[in-house]
Design a protein around this ligand. Structure first.
Ligand code: FE2
Length: 301
C-alpha cells in the first residue's frame, strides 16, 4: 500500500575519503554526471529528473553514511512526518525548513531510535531533461539498511513514514512506499550499517554492460548477474573504491494495493540457488564484509 506521505527515494549522502577519486569513479566508471559542487561536496545526478542521486562529502579515512533522502508527496506531509516521528519513538533531528544544500526545497531530518538519519524533502529541484539513456543510471531503486532488530525498524518506517511491508524473507524486510516493490529494505544483521545502494538502469542490457565496464575498471562483479525473488529485479553488485556496496538493477516489479505480501515460506530457493535464474554464484565474502562496514555518522539520541 502506497505511503500517504512518501513518494519515493531520492538520494543518499555519504562521506568519502577522497572527492577527486570519487568524482573520477562515479562519472567515468559508474556513469553519473556532476550537477553541483562545493569545496567540500560533490552532487551527482542520473539521467532522470531527481536533482542528484548521490551527495558525496569530504570525510575521514573511512566512508560513512550521512543520511538517506526521501521525497514527500506534499509540504503538509513534512509536518505529518514530524509529528509521527515523535509518536514512533524517533526524534526530529532538524525541523522543517529550507534545505540549504544543492537541490534545495523544504525538508526535515529525522533520527530513528537506532541512529539512522532520514532526510525528507519536498519542492526540491527537478531536471526538465529526464530521459532514459542506455548504460547510464536513471534514478535510485532502493537503499538497504541493516538492522539488529528488523521488526522494530520496520515499525518505525511504517509509523513515522507510512511505508508498508511488501515481502518478508528470512533475511530481509522489503518496504514499499509507491509503485516500486521496495524503495527501502531492512536487512537482518548484527549491526545497523548501510548494506547497499541500488541504481536503476534503463534495461537488462545496461546492467550487463555496466558489469563489464566495472570489471575493466578493476571492480569485478561481487554478486550476479542474477534476478532477485522479491522485487523480481535483475542485479549486479559491486564495491566502490571506498568500500560502499553499489548495485546496478533493472526491471524492478511495479506493484499496487492488490499485491499479496509474502513471507519467508513464499521465498525459499532450491538448495544451492541464490537467484531466480540459477546462474549467479553466491555473494562473495568480500561483498558480505562490505555490506556491514559503512555506518551512519554518529549522533546523540
Ligand atoms: Fe538491492
Amino acid at each position: 500500500m502506497a505511503s500517504p506521505w512518501i513518494a519515493g527515494l531520492r538520494s543518499v549522502a555519504l562521506n568519502v575519503p577522497n572527492l577527486a577519486q570519487a568524482e573520477d569513479f562515479y562519472t567515468r566508471v559508474w556513469h553519473l554526471d556532476v550537477v553541483a559542487r562545493t569545496d567540500d561536496a560533490l552532487y551527482l545526478r542520473g539521467t532522470g529528473a531527481d536533482h542528484h542521486l548521490l551527495a558525496l562529502h569530504r570525510g575521514g579515512d573511512r566512508p560513512q553514511i550521512r543520511h538517506v533522502t526521501l521525497r514527500a508527496r506534499s509540504a503538509q506531509a513534512l509536518q505529518d512526518i514530524a509529528a509521527a516521528t515523535d509518536r514512533a519513538g524517533g526524534r526530529v533531528y532538524s525541523p522543517v525548513g529550507p534545505i540549504a544544500e544543492s537541490g534545495g526545497g523544504m525538508g526535515l531530518t529525522i533520527r530513528d531510535p537506532d541512529g539512522r538519519l532520514l532526510q525528507i524533502v519536498h519542492g526540491d529541484e527537478r531536471h526538465a531533461d529526464a530521459r532514459e539513456v542506455k548504460d547510464r543510471p536513471y534514478r535510485l531503486a532502493h537503499a538497504v539498511l541493516n538492522s539488529h532488530d528488523v521488526e522494530s525498524t520496520r515499525r518505525f518506517f511504517e509509523q513515522a513514514l507510512g511505508f508498508s511491508l511488501s515481502d518478508r524473507t528470512r533475511i530481509m524486510a522489503f518496504m514499499n512506499c509507491d509503485r516500486d516493490h521496495h524503495s527501502i529494505a531492512l536487512g537482518d544483521a548484527d549491526n545497523d550499517a548501510l548494506n547497499h545502494i541500488a541504481f536503476v538502469m534503463p534495461d537488462l542490457d545496461s546492467v550487463m554492460r555496466g558489469g563489464g565496464r566495472m570489471r575493466d575498471a578493476g571492480h569485478g562483479i561481487e554478486w550476479g548477474p542474477g534476478r532477485h525473488g522479491p522485487g523480481d529485479n535483475a542485479f549486479n553488485y559491486f564495491i566502490d573504491p571506498f568500500g560502499v556496496v553499489i548495485e546496478y538493477t533493472a526491471e524492478v516489479e511495479q506493484i499496487d494495493d492488490s499485491y499479496r505480501v509474502g513471507g519467508p515460506d513464499d521465498w525459499k530457493w532450491p538448495t544451492g540457488r541464490v537467484d531466480q535464474w540459477g546462474i549467479s554464484q553466491p555473494p562473495s565474502a568480500r561483498l558480505k564484509e562490505a555490506q556491514r562496514a559503512v555506518f551512519f555518522v554518529p549522533t546523540s539520541a
